[in-house]
Design a binder for this molecule. Structure first.
Ligand code: IDP
Ligand code: MG
Length: 149
């Protein structure tokens, strides 16, 4: 089964959106297999955003992500990377469609509420940065036979 790494950023936590966001993924039929509430150390933020460390916005991004606790998760489901990226919406909330998380709950690119991996390879890389294998729980949801043909 496909996996992804999803993270509610400090603005989403502070604004009380954890429950609302998890609820959307749960209702879709996706399965959470790991979660933790954590203020991420700078070194792991650098590793996570390695493709962006040289960008002009990186100092702001780093202080935003380390400004408070995040809610980090691993989720599982068929085609989960593309499904969750669509549910999250465009990087810039001003361009994110209504009905998406960023389209419904955010206004600016520097405060866009949630992170989601952008490919299966990125997902595996990000999961291994933030979670050890023992922190991930494999199980069956009782509704799986009505979610998958
Ligand atoms: P993504 O989160 O939709 O995958 P990326 O391009 O990978 O978008 O950028 C990672 C994160 O960096 C964004 O979610 C956003 O928080 C931040 N970011 C990206 N571009 C900008 C920018 O131009 N200004 C401020 N922050 C940015
Ligand atoms: Mg990205």
């Amino acid at each position: 089964m496909d996996r992804t790494f999803l993270m509610i950023k400090p603005d989403g936590v502070q604004r009380g959106l954890i429950g609302e966001i998890i609820s959307r993924f749960e209702k879709k039929g996706l399965k959470m297999t790991a979660a933790k509430f954590e203020r991420i150390p700078e070194s792991r933020v650098m590793e996570h955003y390695t493709e962006h460390v040289e960008k002009p916005f990186f100092p702001g991004l780093k202080s935003y992500i380390t400004s408070g606790p995040c809610f980090l998760m691993v989720w599982e489901g068929k085609d989960i990377v593309s499904i969750t990226r669509q549910m999250i919406g465009a990087t810039n909330p001003a361009e994110a469609a209504p009905g998406t998380i960023r389209g419904d709950f955010a206004l600016e690119i520097g405060m866009n509420v949630i992170h989601g991996s952008d490919s299966n390879e990125t997902a595996e890389r990000e999961i291994s940065i933030h979670f050890s294998p023992e922190e991930i729980s494999e199980y069956e949801r009782i509704d799986e036979k009505f979610l998958y043909e």
